[in-house]
Design a protein around this ligand. Structure first.
Ligand SMILES: *Cc1c(COP(=O)(O)O)cnc(C)c1O
Length: 363
């Protein structure tokens, strides 16, 4: 019996000698941060990989969201999803906006375009939606709603790396998208993220905003913040990027094992829209009740297996966000559990995890 702890995820690490090769370059150049050669190389490669015009490597996804909110000049009411990681809502509040929640589609768990439309007022300045678990939002409908009302769309694309929809990177949709490269994400730079846009004007603003507003050494374009990332983080990204296809293939294999094990069970899985090349970033399952989830979680924990309740509680319950009843989200959020998923998770572990869950239904 294998006794090691299994967590919901395990960060990918490249062969150490790959990283050391980049460290040698850094020691040679003495260029540690501030738009260095490795940051430039990573940005170039990510632009090619995602097929986007502009990409800014930043120190984390949350600062990326905050810069995005500023660059898009969101203020007043911003329509957003209650089913996401806390950073989606907190970054709006931190930037002085009022999050106005719109409920989710129970099939995809992404924001429901009809609910967006219903939430628009004359104070609405934008839409901030999350591609939950890497499942694309209804990007076409959201785009047409936004155009009709003169709003701009910011996507929290933290989960989408490697995922595509109708032939384009999911992160390429919207006026602006923000990726997270945190250590727990599919592709990571330890800490890090990227702001992506095809809009030249937005890119121009972001290029200054990311670097304190500096325009040369003694002149300032306007207000900025320190959103830069370092050569060390870029090096980790350059090491990890070539492994992304293998990371996705391995995750798909683990997901398939779970799906086989749960076939015919009462567990519900979110729907992936047609036209999606899914990245298998997460393996969420929806239980029939919260007590059924808690029972399964307790038995997994007793076996040193630690799934995560993503996303619970729902964000409309945050103490600093205006409360609104979100019946769909509140029905789903207490019942959803993300199971361990990472490239070297073994078949025997997946069988053990799924058996514990299936057995817990009889408890
Ligand atoms: C990880 C994550 C973030 C935050 O990204 P950081 O790089 O950790 O700041 C934001 N939104 C979602 C949905 C995330 O999963």
């Amino acid at each position: 019996m294998n006794k090691e702890t299994i967590n919901v995820t395990k960060s990918f690490l490249p062969p150490m000698e790959d990283y050391v090769r980049y460290l040698n370059q850094i020691w040679e150049s003495h260029w540690l941060t501030n738009n260095g050669p490795l940051v430039n190389e990573l940005e170039q490669k990510l632009k090619e990989y995602l097929g986007v015009k502009h990409l800014f490597f930043v120190n984390n996804g949350t600062i990326g969201l905050q810069i995005g909110i500023k660059a898009l000049e969101f203020k007043g009411e911003v329509i957003t999803t209650p089913f996401s990681y806390v950073a989606t809502t907190s970054s709006l509040v931190w930037e002085g906006c009022q999050p106005v929640f719109a409920d989710i589609d129970p099939r995809t768990l992404c924001i429901d375009p009809d609910k967006i439309e219903a939430a628009i007022t004359d104070k609405t300045t934008g839409i901030l939606a999350t591609h939950v678990y890497g499942i694309p939002c209804d990007v076409k409908r959201i785009q047409s709603i936004a155009e009709e009302h003169g709003l701009r769309v910011l996507y929290d694309a933290a989960h989408t790396f490697g995922g595509r929809f109708q032939g384009e990177a999911i992160a390429a949709y919207g006026d602006l998208s923000v990726l997270s490269f945190h250590a727990t994400k599919l592709f990571h730079t330890v800490e890090g993220g990227a702001i992506v846009t095809n809009d030249d004007e937005l890119a121009h603003r972001i290029s200054y905003m990311r670097n304190f507003g500096h325009k040369g050494q003694e002149d300032f374009w306007g207000l900025g913040i320190n959103g830069k990332n370092t050569e060390f983080h870029a090096a980790m990204g350059l090491c990890n990027l070539p492994y992304v296809p293998q990371i996705i293939a391995d995750r798909r294999q683990v997901s398939d094992w779970y799906c086989e094990a749960f076939a015919g069970s009462v567990l519900f899985r979110p729907e992936i829209p047609k036209g999606t090349e899914f990245n298998f970033a997460y393996y969420p399952v929806l239980f029939q009740s919260e007590s059924q989830l808690l029972q399964a979680k307790e038995e997994l924990n007793a076996a040193d297996i630690f799934p995560r309740r993503y996303f619970y509680p729902s964000l409309n319950r945050l103490p600093y966000a205006p409360h609104r009843d979100m019946p769909v989200t509140e029905r789903i959020s207490p019942r959803v559990l993300c199971l361990p998923l990472y490239p070297d998770l073994r078949h025997s572990d997946v069988m053990r995890i799924s058996q514990i869950i299936l057995d817990s239904f009889d408890a």
